[in-house]
Design a protein around this ligand. Structure first.
Ligand code: HEM
Ligand code: HEM
Length: 450
């Protein structure tokens, strides 16, 4: 089945553009916060010791902001585009879209302020204050309802695989947020650590991952103008994702007192190769004979770059789950390399691809203001991420092996300082690339109204 390219009567272009514009705003802000905290690692007195500008306050703003602000806001905006096109009907309860947009974005802004004031629930990537978790959950529940109702009224009977993944992402994440709602303060000791592992893993594997797959499976065929290689393979990926991902969370606690669960986590982490393989085989299969076409299409270039980084990031992930590599790298930047290669290099990159595809279409199919500037943005972002991942992996290995050889901690920090400078430079490169892309999109829509 090919993705349908129905007319645009079914979509609310103004609503989608507003969601995407907010997502782009967050995409400018939160990676820049990352560059700030990176500068602090290289140059600790940067920004002084004002409480809300300290590393401990800014780091959760960066991480939660990148996930809930940049990635998720773009993703939700793109859902409002994809779902009507795949179901053949307008989104159910569309008039609530603008109210939801306000709730979502004000909630994010409030979370940033509260995190800056030091409110923090203590679970890494789950630091949002309780009130913000509640509002995020309510908003996601409403979005889930919209999605379910729209799909229930669909005119196109078969469910294209993007809809499977969208449904999975929303329903699973509603459940994960209940865990975040009750987890941090109610569970004690090791239970708390174990449930935290499950939550982080669910956020990565059952929100970001299926959301990103939904985008890839929609935007790859439409960008390269050809059918998806295998729908059945994509569905195998769906069920294996659901089965293997949750168990892998404990791999954050290898070499800790809940080590006994480690074997399950390691096996699950290796089995994650199954969903990863389904996506990559579908990617390469769909691309056969279409590379030339793709090289002229900016969204396709982002999809390709993201898929290649997915390949590298997941090989890295499976290897670091094994004890021989886990031991030296666990407390090092090797993990941060993996986190950026996947969350930023793959999923944010795919979301940028979708936005680049959709945005000009919302402006009456306006041509991109400047393909040249857009391409500069592409190269700055992708090379920035690739170099960042490389230096972080290298410094992680160096520090890890120094530590296991018995080196003193400060000695290892001095050894990796040059790498930190390079990472900070790559941060500026990525920020500049994102800036160029956003500028290109703004110029595109200013040239022609919605
Ligand atoms: C949308 C883009 C980005 C996303 C999605 C993203 C995602 C993340 C994630 C998930 C983490 C947590 C990693 C972990 O705990 O294992 C993180 C931490 C971090 N990120 Fe980013 N990031 C982005 C852009 C950037 C940029 C441009 C920089 C600039 C150099 C940067 C620098 C950092 C730093 C310094 C940390 C903390 C590392 C530590 O505490 O050791 N990030 N980011
Ligand atoms: C086969 C695929 C993958 C495997 C086997 C895998 C494995 C792992 C392992 C073992 C860790 C823990 C490293 C440590 O703490 O020492 C980890 C951390 C992480 N992974 Fe993956 N990963 C995979 C794919 C992904 C994907 C697709 C994403 C993004 C959507 C991702 C995002 C992250 C993040 C953000 C962390 C850091 C979490 C934290 O600091 O608690 N991984 N991964």
């Amino acid at each position: 089945m090919t993705v349908s390219s129905r007319d645009d009567e079914l979509i609310d272009a103004v609503l989608i553009r507003k969601w995407l514009a907010c997502g782009l705003g967050w995409l400018l802000l939160f990676p820049t916060v990352g560059t700030f905290i990176s500068t602090k690692l290289s140059y600790p007195t940067f920004l002084g010791d004002v409480a809300w500008l300290t590393y401990g306050r800014l780091r959760p703003i960066h991480v939660n902001g990148a996930i809930w602000g940049a990635f998720s806001t773009l993703f939700i905006g793109l859902c409002y585009y994809i779902v009507p096109r795949l179901t053949g009907v307008r989104v159910w309860g569309e008039r609530w879209g603008i109210a939801l947009l306000w709730v979502w974005n004000l909630n994010l802004a409030a979370a940033v302020v509260l995190l800056a004031l030091g409110w923090n629930r203590g679970w890494e990537t789950g630091e949002f204050p309780l009130i913000n978790v509640v509002v995020t959950l309510v908003a996601l529940l409403f979005l889930t309802l919209q999605l379910l109702m729209t799909i229930a009224r669909r005119r196109e009977k078969p469910l294209y695989v993007s809809l499977w993944y969208l449904l999975g992402a929303f329903v699973w994440t509603d459940m994960s947020l209940v865990l975040l709602l009750v987890g941090p303060h109610r569970l004690a000791g090791l239970d708390n650590a174990a449930w935290h592992g499950l939550f982080v893993q669910n956020l990565i594997g059952l929100w970001i991952t299926p959301a990103g797959y939904a985008l890839l499976y929609y935007f790859l065929p439409v960008s390269v103008k050809g059918p998806l290689y295998s729908h059945r393979l994509a569905l195998l990926g769906f069920w294996s994702l659901a089965l293997f991902y949750p168990f892998a969370g404990i791999d954050r606690h290898l070499y800790s007192p809940i080590e006994w669960t480690g074997a399950t986590a390691i096996v699950s982490s290796i089995l994650l190769i199954v969903p990863v393989w389904t996506v990559l085989q579908n990617f390469f299969g769909t691309m056969v004979g279409r590379w030339r076409e793709a090289s002229r299409c900016l969204p396709a270039k982002f999809l390709i770059a993201g898929s290649l980084m997915y390949l590298v990031g997941c090989v890295q992930g499976s290897l670091e789950a094994l004890r021989w590599l886990q031991q030296p790298t666990h407390f090092t930047d090797f993990v941060i390399s993996h986190a950026h290669l996947t969350v930023l290099g793959t999923f944010v990159t795919w979301a940028i691809a979708g936005t680049l595809h959709v945005w000009p279409r919302l402006a009456n199919d306006a041509p991109l203001w400047s393909v040249r500037v857009g391409s500069w943005g592409f190269w700055l972002v992708t090379l920035g991420i690739a170099v960042m991942a490389l230096v972080l992996a290298a410094q992680g290995l160096q520090q890890g092996f120094l530590l296991t050889a018995g080196a003193e901690w400060m000695h290892t920090v001095r050894a990796i300082r040059p790498y930190w400078w390079v990472r900070t430079l790559t941060g500026f490169t990525i920020d500049a690339g994102i800036g160029l892309l956003v500028y290109t999109l703004m110029k595109t829509s200013l040239a022609r109204p919605t």
